[in-house]
Design a protein around this ligand. Structure first.
Ligand SMILES: [Zn+2]
Length: 182
């Protein structure tokens, strides 16, 4: 089994931040991709988040552990957040700005111990590229993985991975606020 160990990295330095909705538009378009579509793709160089704080302000708003996950791209320990096994109906909001990013109807519980969703809510998640190390026959090997972060404040939520023959959002519970429906 592939062991994932997300390496510490500078926040949001990847050069290929692309809106998920735009990826979907390109992937499922019946017509060949046009130049106009290509021109609409945002990159990390020209994308401006609606919610912006300085690092000092983020540190006032978040715990130390939350800061390393949301603002520095760290991954929490498996099963460290009770949300991994949460089964109640409700909405999951970004811890950084409270944007509603995931819904319980798209959640699936896996014993791996992070918070898994089949889909995000439309137009709420942006993707980037994160480096990680996995082990093949005991040897460390560098590879790339898609990261998920909030469209409104840029906070790192988790990663989009292929697990059990499904593409799933593997999200840190520390990046989320859960509000049950009832
Ligand atoms: Zn946010």
């Amino acid at each position: 089994m592939m062991k994932i160990n997300i390496t510490r990295r500078k926040f949001l330095t990847s050069s290929a931040v692309v809106a998920v909705s735009q990826i979907a538009t390109k992937a499922f378009a019946a017509e060949p991709t046009t130049k106009a579509t290509t021109d609409q793709v945002s990159t990390s160089e020209d994308y401006t988040y609606e919610v912006n704080y300085t690092d000092a302000e983020w540190k006032e708003r978040l715990t130390e552990a939350e800061f390393t996950i949301l603002r520095e791209g760290e991954t929490e320990e498996a099963k460290s957040s009770p949300l991994w096994k949460e089964k109640r109906e409700g909405l999951y909001h970004c811890k950084g700005c409270e944007l509603t990013v995931y819904e319980s109807k798209e959640k699936t519980v896996l014993s791996k111990g992070w918070v898994f969703f089949r889909h995000s809510k439309p137009d709420t998640v942006l993707t980037g590229i994160d480096l990680f190390t996995h082990y093949s026959r005991g040897e460390p090997k560098e590879d790339k993985v898609i990261e998920s972060h909030c469209r409104r404040c840029g906070s790192h939520l988790g990663h989009i991975l292929y697990i059990n023959k499904q593409i799933l959002h593997c999200i840190n519970g520390a990046s989320l606020i859960f509000k049950p429906t009832v």
